[in-house]
Ligand binder design. Structure first.
Ligand code: TA6
Length: 301
């Protein structure tokens, strides 16, 4: 594993980008420009902070999160791949796949104007093959400016077809989840994971009134997390994503999570560009697929 010092030597940009030892001593890319600051851990290639100059922190990060190999960071933008939630055919497999709990390779950092683009990549390995014996390379491009532009590219480097699920599992930081609305899903069919994945249809904006875990189907619409407490709307424009997942653990779900403070459910709302369940992605040998999500913040006093 390359040391933080070597990574900083190779990729750092004086006064703009540093590679430092973050929480748990894990290597973290810290971006600081006029327009914004951001933090990206090599662990899971997980963006854990995005703060445009005129806005408050956009992403939620649990104060109880673990920062250790083999464990997922609770918050920011976990990358779920090659399956979502539990693995359908193996209850012992890690939730949300095999790439959010391992260190990715930092492959590049470049400036373009007042933005910075950070690229990371990972491939299947011995630990991953235990659960998923297909060869892949995943490349992730994170462009940090006054918007946060994410592009996740999966390459099927194996010799046969591959079907995978994926999600950019964004934890939005909100003032009070009970007062938040999620817009962009009106009239969309969804599977309610809190009610046996029964199919229902969204009427108007989603409001959190209890533990919520909805998979919205066949939707390419932009999402808005409307937050009257922080006086802002966090918008996600997505491309090549056919499903959107919305989740809040509420009181009882938070109590069951050792890496989430009992009251922290109020400060978070997950709304996730994804391709899951019937909308999983199929790739032939050598083919690739890119899903993108662009997050932006607007004041909405
Ligand atoms: O995104 C919703 C969800 O799939 C929920 O079912 C819940 O499990 C959440 O992800 C968090 O999963 P995690 O494995 O990170 O605790």
């Amino acid at each position: 594993m390359t040391s933080v010092g070597e990574l900083n030597e190779r990729f750092g940009i004086s006064g703009v980008v540093q590679i430092v030892a973050g929480q748990g001593g894990l290597a973290m890319v810290r971006v600081m420009t006029e327009a914004t600051t951001a933090e990206i851990y090599l662990h899971g290639a997980q963006v854990t902070s995005f703060k445009p100059a005129e806005a408050e922190e956009v992403l939620f990060l649990s104060t109880q999160s673990r920062f250790e190999d083999g464990k997922a960071i609770r918050g920011g933008i976990p990358i779920c791949f090659p399956w979502f939630r539990g693995k359908a055919d193996d209850a012992k497999a890690p939730a949300h796949g095999v790439v959010r709990t391992k260190e990715w390779e930092l492959t590049g950092i470049a400036r373009d104007g007042d933005a910075v683009t950070v690229t990371l990549a990972t491939e299947n390995d011995e630990a991953g093959r235990r659960w998923w014996p297909q060869e892949f390379r995943v490349e992730y491009r994170v462009r940090v400016g006054n918007e946060l532009a994410l592009a996740l590219t999966v390459v099927n480097t194996g010799g046969s077809g591959m079907r995978f699920e994926e999600a950019l599992h964004t934890y939005h930081r909100v003032g009070d989840a009970e007062r938040v609305r999620v817009a962009g899903l009106d009239g969309t069919a969804y599977l309610d994971n809190m009610d046996g994945n029964r199919e229902k249809r969204q009427t108007g904006d989603l409001k959190f009134t209890a533990q919520t875990d909805n998979a919205y189907l066949d939707t390419t619409e932009a999402l808005e997390v409307v937050d009257p407490v922080l006086g802002r709307r966090i918008r996600t424009e997505k491309r090549n994503s056919r499903t959107t997942v919305v989740w809040n653990p509420w009181r009882e779900g938070a109590k069951a999570l050792s890496d989430l403070g009992d009251d922290e459910w109020r400060q978070m709302a997950c709304a996730e560009a994804s391709n899951i369940m019937a909308y999983a992605v199929e790739l032939g040998a050598g083919e690739k697929h890119t899903v993108t999500a662009v997050l932006s913040v607007a004041n909405s006093q």
